[in-house]
Design a binder for this molecule. Structure first.
Ligand SMILES: Nc1nc2c(ncn2[C@@H]2O[C@H](COP(=O)(O)OP(=O)(O)OP(=O)(O)O)[C@@H](O)[C@H]2O)c(=O)[nH]1
Ligand SMILES: [Zn+2]
Length: 208
């Protein structure tokens, strides 16, 4: 909860968090009671009496990314890479996010690679950056680009490649009800943009 209340940074987005009046926890729970009633149920019913508290706690987890700083995660780098000069790539990073249009989950996998110049970052930090952006409301396209931007800004690598493959529940469980559609987004910068062979290697690695 405090992570959301004390939101510190939203880099590479246009959010002006200072201008947003944060509701209190009680106000947020009241909003959930309103939604329960809107759904047609009785918010005073025993089975749902604690639901507003649970939903607000769940929101604190799902949206904790507003209080986390991707640049901070990427700030510790290692320069002694002993001549390593090829792709660093993480495959199958779990993505659990919510689309900004419906606040419905979209779930999938991210593939993140960069071509180091003289420094590398701890590999877990790349997965953490994906998680920070996933735990905000946005589109899949924005999230893909934000991950690439954060890595570029912090590491100044020769290039970054990001791919996300995700299923949006706003189109599988409602709306058009296309249950098996997944959405693929990619963002390539630097050498991944200019060198088709390198880009193809990234795509081949992702397929394995
Ligand atoms: N580009 C993009 N679109 C998304 C994403 N998540 C959800 N959407 C789409 O956002 C659109 C919102 O369209 P609207 O017509 O404003 O809303 P809607 O009436 O609820 O649309 P439907 O989902 O088609 O019922 C829908 O087409 C969703 O499929 C995303 O990450 N990227
Ligand atoms: Zn949606």
């Amino acid at each position: 909860m405090d992570a959301i209340r004390d939101r510190t940074l939203v880099s590479s987005t246009d959010l002006d968090l200072e201008a947003v009046k944060r509701p209190s926890r009680e106000e947020a729970m009241e909003a959930v009671r309103t939604l329960i009633a809107w759904a047609g149920d009785d918010p005073r019913r025993e089975g749902v009496i604690d639901t507003p508290k649970r939903v607000v706690d769940a929101y604190a987890e799902w949206f904790e990314g507003y209080g986390l700083d991707p640049a901070k995660e990427l700030s510790r780098t290692f320069e002694d890479v002993q001549g390593y000069d090829d792709i660093v790539m993480l495959r199958d990073i779990e993505v659990e996010s919510h689309c900004e249009h419906h606040m419905a989950p979209f779930l999938g996998k991210a593939f993140v690679a960069y071509m180091p110049t003289n420094r590398v970052v701890g590999i877990s930090k790349l997965a953490k950056v994906v998680e920070i952006f996933a735990r905000r409301l946005q589109t899949q396209e924005t999230m893909t680009q934000q991950i690439a931007d954060a890595i570029t800004d912090s590491l100044r690598p020769a290039g970054v490649a990001v791919m996300i493959d995700a299923t949006h529940q706003c189109m599988t469980t409602r709306g058009v009800h296309h249950r098996h559609v997944s959405t693929l987004t990619t963002q390539f910068t630097g050498v991944f943009k200019t060198d088709p062979t390198l880009r193809q290697r990234f795509l081949d690695f992702a397929k394995r």
